[in-house]
Design a protein around this ligand. Structure first.
Ligand code: NAD
Length: 479
């Protein structure tokens, strides 16, 4: 079986704790990884500290060159990286190949260009000059979720490296093969040993050790429950925490919307990657007049979704990553149905060997702010704008929202009242490396991507240079 050692200070290492990695589509083991020991994790932090001191001194242009090399390395190995993500995570191969891995590469290209054009601030006055530049935090512990490991590596690590930081990357134990494979390529780059370390193993052990370690910043992408643990664990050595969580994302279809287009995007956002995208739709709110038509079209659309081998050209939905996640999703669906909500489609575990779950739609009367992180969509009929505004306002999460209507003036008004990191008006997934991404409220704080993403990973420094007497000279009258 193929082995994937972890990568610390430029060395590939194994431990006695071997973890079998399963293909969720066949429920058979495909590879093994190793749980990083606490001694090796400490070495990673020490090596990252050393490397950060070298890396911060490297010019912006040289840093940009390294980022471009990482971008090239990802693209040159696109095929193997995409294959690994699909084998381990169960998502359709075309999503890994055409979206997830290219986006990861693009982030490194974006921050390379950013560094090439970025200038510090200078303010001159008659008695001096103020110079404002940006210094790295130092060492960053970066946590990745299982669904899009390389993409989130790009979202967070490209900016962190651009800012002059070193990395200890902790992929999920359910999605680490692509990162561990990439480590082999990173190892061939001319960069300080220990600049990029990749540890592996369970969150409760390796993740917790990393949180307790004296890194300077944590960049966390994952679930709210884990964030709470990390906040508590990391208080041993207080540090900045940047966090990107999920959301009970709402999509609204108004009476005057282009319903066909809206439905297409609800289907895409609810069921791509088996519903495991943080920007996906959890709840679709549909105005009364178009409700029946939209629901009928949603159900027709679901019929075209084909579950199966994610490498097959006809497959549009693969499997969930673990049996545990699949069974938990099913239990939650049953609970909702037992409470009187109406199952419109799906909701049955298919008789396939892997951890498949069918696209499922449940009609609800009372609003529920739930993220399933699975192919489960809640639909709710809404009366009017007031009800819609209230539902959007009361959402405890704030990652993304989609609003569909031909009345763009009304949409803009509504958008201004919604607290969300991203609001899409008559579109979905309009984002790229230059557009900041992150949540409000319980979806997190801080931003990845864009200029804002860079500034999360640096602190500004003011150099005040005097050419004359300082403002305090002579204050006490000393001649
Ligand atoms: P998760 O919270 O289970 O795991 C995230 C990371 O934390 C993993 O690397 C895991 O090993 C680690 N971890 C787990 N327990 C830990 C502990 N006790 N201490 C330290 N580390 C620990 O998340 P997941 O299931 O892998 O990912 C799904 C979640 O991520 C969803 O909620 C989804 O919405 C969210 N997500 C958000 C974004 C975004 O950009 N906002 C993107 C993708 C996924």
């Amino acid at each position: 079986m193929k082995e994937y050692p972890y990568y610390i200070a430029g060395e590939f290492k194994k431990s006695n704790n071997v973890i079998a990695i399963e293909n969720p589509v066949t429920a058979e083991p495909i590879a093994q990884i190793y749980e990083t020991t606490s001694e090796d994790l400490k070495s990673a932090v020490d090596a990252a500290r050393e490397a950060s001191l070298l890396w911060r001194e490297i010019s912006k242009l040289d840093r940009a060159n390294t980022l471009r090399e990482i971008q090239r390395a990802i693209l040159e190995h696109l095929s193997i990286l995409a294959e690994l993500e699909t084998r381990e995570i169960g998502k359709p191969h075309k999503e890994s190949l055409f979206v997830d891995i290219p986006l990861a590469a693009d982030c490194f290209g974006y921050y390379a260009s950013f560094l090439e054009t970025f200038t510090e601030e200078l303010h001159h006055t008659s008695d001096g000059t103020d110079y404002i530049d940006y210094v790295p935090f130092g060492t960053c512990g970066v946590y990745l979720p299982y669904n899009v490991p390389l993409m989130i590596f790009g979202f967070s690590c490209a900016a962190a490296l651009a800012g002059g930081n070193s990395l200890i990357v902790k992929p999920s134990e359910y999605g680490s093969l692509s990162l561990l494979e990439l480590a082999k390529v990173i190892d061939r780059l001319d960069i300080p040993k220990g600049l990029i370390n990749i540890v592996s193993g369970p969150g409760v052990t390796v993740g917790a050790h990393l949180a307790r370690s004296p890194v300077d910043l944590i960049s966390f992408t994952g679930s709210r429950g884990t964030l709470k643990k990390i906040v508590s664990e990391s208080s041993v050595y207080p540090k900045k925490i940047l966090c990107e969580l999920g959301g009970a994302n709402c999509t609204v279809i108004y009476n005057d919307a282009d319903c066909e287009e809206a439905v297409q995007n609800v289907l895409g956002s609810a069921f791509m990657k088996q519903g495991q995208i943080c920007i996906g739709t959890s709840i679709v709110l549909i105005e009364e007049k178009v409700y029946d038509r939209c629901v009928a079209r949603l159900l027709e659309g679901v019929k075209t979704i084909t579950l199966g081998d994610p490498f097959s050209a006809t497959c549009t939905m693969g499997a969930l990553p673990t049996k545990g996640h699949r069974d938990e999703v099913h239990a939650r669906v049953q609970e909702l149905v037992n409470k009187g909500n109406r199952l419109l489609t799906g909701g049955e575990i298919p008789s396939l060997k892997g951890y498949f779950y069918p696209p499922t739609i449940i009609e609800i009367d009372e609003i529920l702010y739930e993220e399933f992180f699975a192919p489960v969509l809640l639909v709710k009929k809404v009366k009017n704008n007031e009800e819609i505004k209230k539902i959007l306002r009361n959402n405890p999460t704030g990652l993304v929202a989609q609003l569909w209507s031909k009345d763009i003036v009304n949409l803009e008004k509504i958008a201004k009242t919604v607290s969300c990191g991203t609001i899409w008006l008559n579109t979905f997934a309009r984002m790229n490396s230059a557009t900041p991404f992150g949540g409000t409220k319980q979806s997190g704080w801080g931003r990845n991507l864009g200029k804002s993403g860079f500034f999360e990973y640096v602190q500004c420094r003011h150099l005040g240079i005097g050419f004359d007497k300082s403002p305090v000279s002579g204050w006490f009258g000393i001649p």
